[in-house]
Design a protein around this ligand. Structure first.
Ligand code: MLT
Ligand code: MN
Ligand code: ZN
Length: 301
């Protein structure tokens, strides 16, 4: 039976840790080798069933560094890549910017919903991905697809919003459609999910992921007003399309009820206190949840 192998390539939300123009306590610590807080790259997950061929979920602007730091993703011959496919879960810059890096006439499959493909098509710079090499594959909500031989996956709409750079005025929040998706992975009796952006956890979504072996989930902010409190921004987590970890409706309380084998927070904003030791991280860890980190490996045999 195939294993499901997951490699967290990038754990940070858009901007990374540290973010280039931020000197908040977390970003400052991430610049200080003595702090114990390692820098973290932007949101991406690699998945394999054979350890040889990989599908990358989200092409982060840091993909070049992520590939460099991950021997399993290095070329094995003069021109080669173990990356067979790239799947995009939303069109924010942290999830599509890396497509500009993987442009060197290397064949791979690019899987996205038609709504996300429209965003790529509307930005002519993505024409650097030569269609003779990069095969577009439109994926549909609630239909199976195979990003790799032997890997069964299915996407589903999760509450979200349009990409930040497409906002015109106040965007519709909690929109469920092709613009923000979660991914379900099935192999043998194993079931895992990748949901790096999610605005709320409606009952149908809770039921869907209940009892999963593994869930990677949106850990952008610990409290909804965290960016305002830290002084780095004016937006709440909700306004950015991300549910907070804390609070009665937060992901920690909600996901704790769902008998999930392993819960890992990813897409963590640089303002989030769970990056460092303290009561917030302790709350996450005492619920048995993990704070993701670049290079984290999880095998589901
Ligand atoms: C987000 O997840 O909210 C986006 O990555 C924001 C951004 O594009 O900076
Ligand atoms: Mn993001
Ligand atoms: Zn910061």
């Amino acid at each position: 039976m195939a294993n499901l192998r997951f490699l967290v390539l990038g754990t940070s939300a858009g901007g990374g840790l540290p973010q280039w123009n931020c000197n908040c306590a977390n970003c400052a610590a991430a610049r200080d080798p003595a702090s114990g807080l390692r820098p973290q790259t932007q949101s991406s997950l690699a998945v394999s069933v054979d350890g040889e061929n990989w599908a990358i979920f989200n092409a982060s602007p840091d993909i070049r560094q992520q590939i460099f730091e991950t021997p399993a993703l290095h070329p094995k011959t003069l021109r080669h890549s173990p990356i067979n496919s790239i799947v995009i879960t939303n069109a924010d810059v942290d999830h599509i910017g890396g497509l500009l890096t993987v442009r060197e006439k290397q064949p791979f499959g690019l899987f996205a919903t038609s709504a996300i493909e429209k965003v790529l098509d509307a930005n002519s710079v993505f024409k650097v991905l030569d269609p003779d090499y990069v095969k577009r594959q439109t994926i549909r909500l609630d239909e199976d697809f195979a990003p790799l031989d032997g890997l069964q996956a299915r996407i589903f709409a999760v509450p979200g919003k349009v990409a930040l750079f497409l906002e015109e005025g106040e965007p519709e929040l909690g929109l469920e459609g092709e613009q923000t998706i979660g991914v379900e992975f099935l192999a043998g009796s194993r079931r895992a999910y990748y949901i790096p952006g999610c605005a709320t956890l409606p009952d149908w979504l809770a039921e869907r992921i209940r009892g999963a072996d593994l869930v990677f989930f949106d850990g952008t902010v610990f409290t909804d007003d965290e960016m305002i409190r830290v002084g780095t921004g004016v937006k709440t987590g909700q306004r950015m399309g991300h549910m907070a970890i804390s609070g009665p409706d937060g992901s920690l309380a909600q996901l704790s009820k769902l008998d999930i084998g392993r819960m890992v927070y990813v897409h963590i904003n640089n303002t989030n206190p769970i990056w460092r030791s303290g009561p917030e991280r302790a709350a996450v860890e005492s619920a048995g949840f993990a704070v993701g980190f670049d290079g984290m490996e999880i095998d589901l045999a």
